[in-house]
Write a protein that binds this ligand. Structure first.
Ligand SMILES: Nc1ncnc2c1ncn2[C@@H]1O[C@H](COP(=O)(O)OP(=O)(O)O)[C@@H](O)[C@H]1O
Ligand SMILES: [Mg+2]
Length: 323
């Protein structure tokens, strides 16, 4: 559905926000995960035809986004990260306004379309309520309603779950999962749970580079048998932290617990094997992929290969050479 080749974006400054992204996104739900500042919004704005790349190729459904942004926008729904609402408009008035701005055709009348869309996102009850009384989850659902108007083949949603409470997030997951039936939904997030719940495939970007493209199962399997958990005081854990990559650091009943990746050999005394979660896998990918030197090299670290001979079939080797 989406093909991206050697995508580079340099903002004035200069800030190299995207440093050569190569990726193909199939139909269905697809996650784009990365820490703040990784380049997610930049990437999505380029896909949506709202921002011109510095160089590289992007096609959506075979249409070149750079050459023909208008054609792409017609088959695309977009929920931006910061969506502006008018607080004094009601849900239905706001949606009607957004549909007019977008130029959505409504053969059966716009009133009917507004009602249908509100129903799709479970907001019929809030049609006459003012936006200022909407919860975060209700606002995001209204944003989805405008994004899916006209039944686009591609829906791009930029960090839609940030700021939602757990209950709203669950409800929003259901709506997104329904959307992904028969179309492509590209979801960006810094919340790993979003990917675990929704995405059969995902990519990780960090500092403008693609550092992994995989499935949640494969990502976890990469760590299988090598992940250990233990607890102790800060002083007791300090030597462990400096020796092994730490994938999670949590307090349980007032005590420090850490999960570590033991590449080879025995774990430290008192550490027991645990099943890797996607959170562990993500932490390993991000810390070994961005070259911060946080802990020794982990299983996702292919810096040596990237700097040496190019690895055949490794889509990220090129983008990471010299990092
Ligand atoms: N308009 C801009 N001008 C200059 N730098 C920008 C601009 N927009 C984003 N950036 C920078 O580009 C990088 C990527 O930003 P962004 O795409 O917003 O990342 P993310 O969405 O993953 O948080 C960051 O370093 C950010 O500060
Ligand atoms: Mg962003």
């Amino acid at each position: 559905m989406i093909q991206v080749r050697k995508l580079v974006k340099v903002y004035p400054g200069p800030v190299a926000a995207l440093q050569g992204i190569d990726i193909g996104v199939p139909t269905g739900m697809y996650g784009l995960v990365g820490p703040n500042g990784a380049g997610k919004t930049t990437f999505m704005r380029i896909l949506a035809g709202l921002l011109e790349p510095t160089s590289g190729e992007v096609t959506v459904g075979g249409v070149d986004v750079v050459k023909d942004p208008m054609a792409v926008r017609k088959q695309l729904g977009y929920l931006p990260q910061d969506f502006g609402f008018y607080p004094n408009l009601t849900g239905e008035k706001m949606l009607d306004f957004l549909l007019r701005m977008k130029g959505v055709e409504a053969p059966g009348g716009r009133k009917k379309l507004v009602a249908e869309l509100l129903d799709r996102v479970n907001l019929t009850f809030a049609a006459k309520r003012k936006l200022k009384g909407f919860s975060g989850g209700m606002r995001q659902r209204l944003g989805i309603a405008q994004a899916i108007a006209g039944d686009p083949r591609l829906v791009i949603v930029d960090e839609p779950t940030a700021g939602l409470d757990p209950e709203e997030r669950q409800r929003f997951y259901r709506i997104l999962a329904e959307l992904a039936v028969g179309r492509t939904v590209l979801l960006s997030t810094h919340i790993v749970e979003d990917v675990a719940v929704l995405c059969p495939r995902f990519a990780v970007i960090s500092r403008g580079r693609l550092v992994a493209e995989t499935t949640p199962t494969d990502a976890r399997n990469e760590l299988a048998g090598r992940l250990y958990e233990g607890e102790g005081t800060d002083e007791e854990l300090a030597p462990v932290r400096s020796r092994y990559p730490v994938t999670q650091s949590i307090l349980v009943e007032g005590r420090n617990r850490i999960r570590i990746h033991v590449g080879r050999g025995e774990p430290p005394p008192g550490f027991a094997p645990v099943e890797p979660t996607l959170e562990d896998a993500y932490m390993m990918i991000v810390t070994s992929g961005n070259g911060t030197g946080a802990g020794p090299a982990g299983p996702f670290d292919r810096r040596d290969e990237a700097v040496g001979a190019a690895v055949p079939g490794s889509s990220d080797s090129e983008g990471r050479a010299g990092s």
